[in-house]
Design a protein around this ligand. Structure first.
Ligand SMILES: [Zn+2]
Length: 418
C-alpha cells in the first residue's frame, strides 16, 4: 500500500501554516512542529488492519490501518501521528515496565500516558479527537504519566467482574505500554527498526528542538518540557546521597553508643582497640515515617525506600530493627517489617508529619534513627524525637521548588527523573 497520506501528514506537521491563516477550518490551525521532524521521518510504517488507526511498537514501527488512512483527513492523521510519536519519545514502554504494567492495567497506563501527550499537543492545538485530556478523566493538570497512573489505579477497576484479559487492548501498542501484541512484528523483522541507541539520539535531538520551540512560543512549562530538560541535563543522582546520609546517621548513632557504654571500662583503658567478649555493639533501631498523602509520588517513594533499605541491610540492620509508620494527617499502620517496601501503606488524605514523628518518639525501643519520606508539604515539630537522628527524604518533581525542612534533620532531595 502507499503511505503517501502519511507523508503528507508529516509534512503538514512540520511546516508553517500558510501566512494569514485564521482560526477557521482544520488545515488552518497553528502547527509548525519542526522539532518532531527527526522522529517522524525515522518511523517505519507497517500496514496493519488490526489497529484502530495508528499504533507503535518499541522498535519505532508505526502500524497503520489502511482503511482509516484513506478515510481520514490529513490534519487528523497528523495529530494521531504526533500522538504516537510522543509515546516513543517519552519512552512510555520502558516506563510502563518500571511500573509493572500488565495486561490488566495497560488500559490505565495508556490513559495516563495519553493524558500527558494530550497536554503537550493541546498547547499547539493539535490534540487528536480520540485523546482525552487530564480534566476529562478528573485528573489534575500537568503531572507525569506515573502520577496519573497512580491516581487512576486507586480508582475502582473499570470492570470488576471481568478477569484480566490475556491480550492487552489494541490501544497505542507496545510502544506505549511495553506489552507486545500478536500483530506486531518481531524486533528483527526485515521491514527495519530503530535500534535503542539511534532512538536515544533521536530523542536528544528532538529534546533540543523542543526546548527552543517552547522558548519561542513562551507558553507554560509542562510534562514534555520536563522530559526534555531531564534528558538533556542529567540529574544529580540522589540515591547515593540518601544512602550515605543513612549510613552516616547510623555511624553517628553507633559511635555515641560506644562512647556511652564502653568508656567507663577500666580494663579496656590501656588497650582501647581491644573489643572485649560480650561487648557487642547493639544495632540501632530505625523508624521510617512515610507520608502517604495523595500528593506523594508512589514510584519515587518506592525508590527512596528501596535505597534506604539497601543502606540499612549493608549495615546489617534488617527485620526486627525497622518499624514503618505510614502517616498522612494521622498515623495509619505501624509495622515491623523485614524490608521497608513490604510495609502496607495506608492513608491518602492531608499531611501532618508532626503526628508521625510523635508516634516514632513513642516507640519502644526508642528509635536511634528516624527516616522521614515526604513531599515536604507538611508542618514539622520544633524538635526531633528524643535521642534520634533524623534524615528527611524530600520527594519532589522539580529542583528548586521543594519546601523547607527543619535544621535538625539531614535533608536529601529525591527528584523524579522525568
Ligand atoms: Zn496513546
Amino acid at each position: 500500500m502507499s503511505f503517501e497520506r502519511l507523508t503528507a501528514a508529516k509534512l503538514w506537521l512540520v511546516s508553517d501554516p500558510p501566512s494569514g491563516a485564521g482560526p477557521a477550518g482544520d488545515a488552518e490551525v497553528p502547527r509548525a512542529l519542526p522539532y518532531l521532524a527527526h522522529a517522524l521521518f525515522a518511523l517505519v510504517p507497517v500496514s496493519c488492519s488490526e489497529v484502530r488507526a495508528l499504533a507503535v511498537d518499541e522498535h519505532w514501527r508505526l502500524y497503520v490501518n489502511p482503511d482509516w488512512l484513506v478515510a481520514t483527513e490529513v490534519p487528523e492523521i497528523a495529530r494521531e501521528l504526533a500522538h504516537e510519536t510522543w509515546h516513543l519519545l517519552q519512552e512510555h514502554a520502558a516506563r510502563a515496565r518500571d511500573m509493572h504494567v500488565d495486561s490488566s492495567t495497560s488500559e490505565q497506563w495508556t490513559q495516563a500516558a495519553d493524558a500527558t501527550v494530550a497536554a503537550t499537543l493541546g498547547v499547539d492545538q493539535l490534540r487528536p479527537a480520540s485523546l482525552p485530556e487530564a480534566g476529562d478523566l478528573e485528573l489534575p493538570a500537568d503531572r507525569s504519566a506515573e502520577e496519573y497512573y497512580a491516581m487512576l489505579s486507586r480508582l475502582p477497576p473499570p470492570s470488576p467482574d471481568g478477569s484480566p484479559a490475556e491480550q492487552p487492548g489494541a490501544g497505542c501498542g507496545s510502544g506505549c505500554d511495553g506489552l507486545p501484541r500478536e500483530h506486531e512484528l518481531p524486533p528483527d523483522a526485515d521491514v527495519g527498526a530503530v535500534d535503542p541507541d539511534d532512538a536515544q539520539q533521536i530523542r536528544r535531538r528532538v529534546a533540543v528542538d523542543y526546548r527552543s520551540h517552547v522558548t519561542s512560543r513562551g507558553t507554560e512549562p509542562g510534562d514534555a518540557l520536563r522530559w526534555a530538560n531531564q534528558l538533556l541535563e542529567p540529574r544529580i543522582a540522589w540515591e547515593p546521597l540518601l544512602s550515605g546520609a543513612v549510613r552516616r546517621a547510623v555511624g553517628w548513632v553507633n559511635g555515641r553508643t560506644d562512647y556511652t557504654y564502653t568508656r567507663p571500662s577500666r580494663r579496656q583503658g590501656s588497650s582501647p582497640n581491644v573489643v572485649l567478649p560480650g561487648m557487642r555493639r547493639p544495632l540501632p533501631s530505625v523508624a521510617m515515617v512515610v507520608d502517604t498523602s495523595g500528593s506523594v509520588d508512589d514510584r519515587l517513594l518506592g525508590r527512596a525506600m528501596g535505597e534506604v533499605d539497601g543502606a540499612l541491610r549493608s549495615l546489617g540492620i534488617r527485620g526486627e530493627g525497622v518499624t514503618v509508620l505510614s502517616c498522612d494527617a494521622a498515623v495509619h499502620t505501624v509495622a515491623r517489617v523485614r524490608r521497608a517496601r513490604d510495609a502496607q501503606l495506608g492513608g491518602g488524605g492531608g499531611t501532618d508529619m508532626r503526628v508521625g514523628l510523635a508516634a516514632a518518639g513513642e516507640l519502644r525501643p526508642r528509635p536511634d534513627l528516624v527516616v522521614v519520606f515526604t513531599d515536604g508539604y507538611t508542618p514539622w515539630p520544633d524538635t526531633p524525637p528524643t535521642g534520634a537522628a533524623v534524615v528527611a527524604a524530600i520527594l519532589g518533581r522539580e529542583r528548586g521548588e521543594l519546601p523547607p525542612s527543619p535544621r535538625w534533620a539531614t535533608r536529601v532531595e529525591c527528584l523524579l527523573d522525568f
